[in-house]
Design a protein around this ligand. Structure first.
Ligand SMILES: [Zn+2]
Length: 103
């Protein structure tokens, strides 16, 4: 059975082809498999995602009624998994506009 490659929802800023999830790297520049342009997720998108994740993270700790040190620990420990989850949803719902990398 041939499975269709999962799409990332992101579009190459050079050739406008949709990029499969397997080639996308949010942390560093990556190459478009179609036109071989080197593109990357803009810093602003990552900053925005981190800010939204922090708000969700704090919101969850607040909903659970945590206080003092427990609140701080929950926010610190919870930040990474929340951000990974938020990134999964965000990449599909609001895909970043990729920009050409200057290397
Ligand atoms: Zn391309």
């Amino acid at each position: 059975m041939v499975q269709r490659e999962r799409q990332s929802g992101m579009i190459c800023c050079s050739c406008e082809s949709s990029l499969p999830l397997s080639v996308v790297d949010a942390q560093k520049p990556f190459q478009c498999p179609t036109c071989h342009a080197v593109v990357r997720v803009p810093e602003r998108y990552k900053q925005w995602l981190a800010a939204v994740s922090m708000l969700i993270d704090i919101g969850i700790a607040y909903v659970f009624g945590l206080e003092g040190m427990r609140f701080v620990v929950a926010v610190v420990v919870g930040f990474f998994p929340v951000m990974l989850t938020a990134a999964l949803f965000a990449h599909r719902l609001i895909p970043p506009t990729l920009i050409a990398s200057r290397h």
